[in-house]
Ligand binder design. Structure first.
Ligand code: UDP
Ligand code: MN
Length: 305
């Protein structure tokens, strides 16, 4: 039988927030470091395509399209670029996440424009059903490994897990959960690894959209009533958007999260070391094993190779 099998193209979806980039040289520099290192280390098979999604405004999109041509010249793999308009996504997102905003946004009101910081939380309802998995990535990253290997981590999810995410590497949630920790001195909430629950960092996230769509528990936790119940129980008041929500529900439902190794999101920010937490800082900051991705959060410089 000489009939040729049609080559089935396999798409790997990655999404980045990409707003106001045209207004910030700082963000443009981060974008360059991220895309050049991603191109340099990325390896895919012949029938595979890396799809890069950017959530963007018109000005940033124009700049991004121009810059990407040059930044991805070294890529040895096939790729596609898709821009999504931030206002269109915000419109869809706002009704789903408005209840979260008062607990996990800066300021007190539920500002329309803040809804986009919760995109990952409702990504399964925003992206078309053909997209089964997507990774969401910050721009202030430097890749040292093949990004294809990150997608392989989806295969290690337990049956209940919907999101893969690395732990937060500063004692920020030790601070946020201060009241709850005082009232519940035996709890591990906010304690450092390996036995504690230090919370999550949203710089690198594996979103199993199919699992998020199927999970009754996860979708219940998105309901405004449940969000409020949780926030009250934990006395939670944050300003870090999706990462606050995931951290809070993770305290009670760790089974929803696949613990991504710290080397896949090696955060470099040390702000909390110098703001009252110097004594415990290293317990949180320490990350053994290979660094696959550096995350220069809070504008931290990333080491040269
Ligand atoms: N971002 C953006 N425009 C901005 C600020 C942030 O598109 O004006 C995106 C960008 O992808 C960035 C992410 O939001 O990586 C999170 O912000 P940042 O990395 O600065 O936060 P940090 O990791 O320092 O907490
Ligand atoms: Mn970041």
């Amino acid at each position: 039988d000489l009939e040729e099998k049609p080559q089935r193209i396999k798409r790997f979806h990655a999404l980045m927030m990409f707003t106001k980039v045209n207004k910030s040289l700082n963000l443009q520099n981060k974008f360059q470091v991220a895309m050049r290192s991603l191109a340099k280390h990325g390896r895919f098979l012949e029938d595979e395509v890396l799809v890069l999604h950017f959530v963007s405004d018109v000005g940033s999109q124009e700049l991004g399209e121009r810059m990407l041509q040059e930044l991805l010249l070294d890529a040895t793999f096939l790729y596609e670029v898709v821009f999504h308009n931030v206002d269109t996504l915000t419109e869809k997102l706002f009704p789903i996440v408005v209840a979260m905003q008062k607990h996990f946004s800066a300021g007190s009101g539920a500002y329309y424009s803040d809804a986009i910081f919760f995109l990952s939380v409702a990504m399964h309802r925003i992206m078309p059903a053909e997209i089964k998995r997507i990774v969401q990535l910050d721009l202030d990253l430097k890749y040292r490994s093949n990004i294809r290997d990150l997608f392989q981590e989806f295969n290690h999810f337990s049956p209940e897990a919907v999101i893969g995410i690395a732990r937060e590497m500063q004692p920020v949630y030790r601070h946020t959960f201060w009241q709850y920790r005082k009232d519940n001195p035996k709890s591990h909430v906010g304690d450092p690894p390996p036995d504690g629950l230090p919370g999550f960092n949203s710089g690198v996230m594996l979103l199993n959209l199919d699992a998020m769509r199927r999970s009754t528990l996860y979708n219940q936790l998105l309901e405004p009533k449940r969000v409020t119940q949780f926030a009250e129980k934990f006395h939670f008041r944050g300003h870090l958007g999706d990462q606050d929500f995931f951290t809070m529900i993770g305290m009670e439902h760790g089974e929803l999260f696949y613990p991504l190794a710290c080397g896949w999101n090696r955060q470099l920010c040390t702000w909390w070391r110098d703001h009252g937490y110097g004594d415990v800082f290293q317990l949180y900051y320490q990350c053994d094993g290979p660094v696959h991705i550096f995350h220069g959060n809070c504008n931290s410089p990333i080491p040269e190779d």
